[in-house]
Design a protein around this ligand. Structure first.
Ligand code: CDT
Length: 312
């Protein structure tokens, strides 16, 4: 048995006017709850130091850059790292990263028990659009403010397990989980900011939107026989709703913990990493059952011809 007690730290809304220091104080309070619950690892949401700023159209790059961190840890986040190190708890959280070369990424980091950063993932599947689109009920400008991640889907050995990260929209793409599954991943940590409504219309109520989110994580967990911890930033940010629905999913694809609020809330579950082994050695024994001679289209083609004959 390789048990990791995991804290899924869902966060409630962060308003535009909220300071990084105020947000980190909330994160530290969640971390304190996790320490009291004897957690070994705490996972926080995507872009969790600020409001979900890609909903706002900005033309001035200097203004855009105010939402980014040039260094992590920095003065505002150091108290979180200090608290985690003192308690020997590993942490993972998302933020907007501005590199010394001036590159912009939607990033998540992972630390060891000493709060040393041992893993960095940059979101690959950026949703949304580049220019203002008036026909949308709300903007989703991730493609404007970030470039796609350049690090692939690595996994790291941490707390005696193989761990990887995904960010929000990545959770809907089976290729992302499989890349890590092929490296033996046992735990996928991911955070999300997902609007309560589809800005492009469609027949989606909130129940269906949460269903799609949870189903995607359950499928990724089951099909790669790994744990998935998915944590939301939720609630109403400056009039814009984000759904909650944070979950911990086991390697059978079963939801074992689920958030009940749309505010700051800690999910706790003792996750036995050895539970990932059965599926990996049986139904999803990749070496025995995968047929890579039929998969070349996956990496050679992006779009598709729609059923009406138009090109996607
Ligand atoms: N943050 C993020 O990736 N959100 C997306 C919503 C995209 S709608 C244009 C998600 O997949 O949840």
């Amino acid at each position: 048995m390789r048990e990791i007690v995991i804290g899924g730290a869902q966060m409630g809304p962060i308003q535009k006017a909220d300071s990084r220091e105020a947000v980190v104080a909330r994160m530290t309070a969640l971390l304190d709850q996790a320490i009291a619950a004897k957690c070994d690892l705490v996972v926080f949401p995507e872009l969790c130091l600020t409001t979900f700023f890609p909903r706002w159209m900005m033309e001035d790059q200097a203004e855009v850059d105010t939402w980014f961190e040039t260094q992590i840890p920095n003065a505002a986040t150091q108290p979180l790292f200090d608290r985690a190190a003192a308690a020997n708890v590993a942490i993972s959280f998302g933020f907007a990263e501005l590199t010394p070369e001036g590159r912009h990424f939607n990033t998540q980091i992972l630390t060891d028990r000493n709060a040393e950063i041992i893993g960095r993932y940059r979101k690959v599947h950026l949703p949304g659009h580049v220019e203002y689109e008036a026909e949308r009920s709300h903007q989703h400008l991730e493609k404007r403010y970030f470039e796609p991640g350049d690090l692939g889907f690595p996994v790291w050995r941490n707390l005696d397990a193989w761990m990887g990260m995904l960010i929000c929209n990545d959770r809907r793409w089976p290729e992302a989980y499989r890349e890590m599954g092929l490296q033996g991943v046992e735990l996928v940590m991911l955070g999300y900011n997902t609007p309560t409504t589809n800005g492009q219309g469609g027949n989606e109520d909130l129940e269906k939107r949460i269903f799609h989110s949870t189903m995607s994580m359950q499928s990724g967990a089951y099909q790669n026989s790994c744990w998935v911890v998915g944590v939301a930033k939720a609630g109403v940010e400056d009039g814009h709703g984000l759904f909650a629905g944070s979950v911990i999913v086991d390697p059978d694809g079963m939801v074992v913990e689920e958030a009940t609020t749309d505010g700051d809330e800690l999910l706790v579950h003792a996750c036995d990493m050895d539970k990932a082994l059965f599926g990996k050695r049986t139904i999803f024994d990749f070496k025995k059952h995968r047929r890579i001679e039929h998969y070349s289209r996956i990496t050679s083609q992006t779009g598709v011809i729609y059923p009406d004959g138009t090109a996607g």
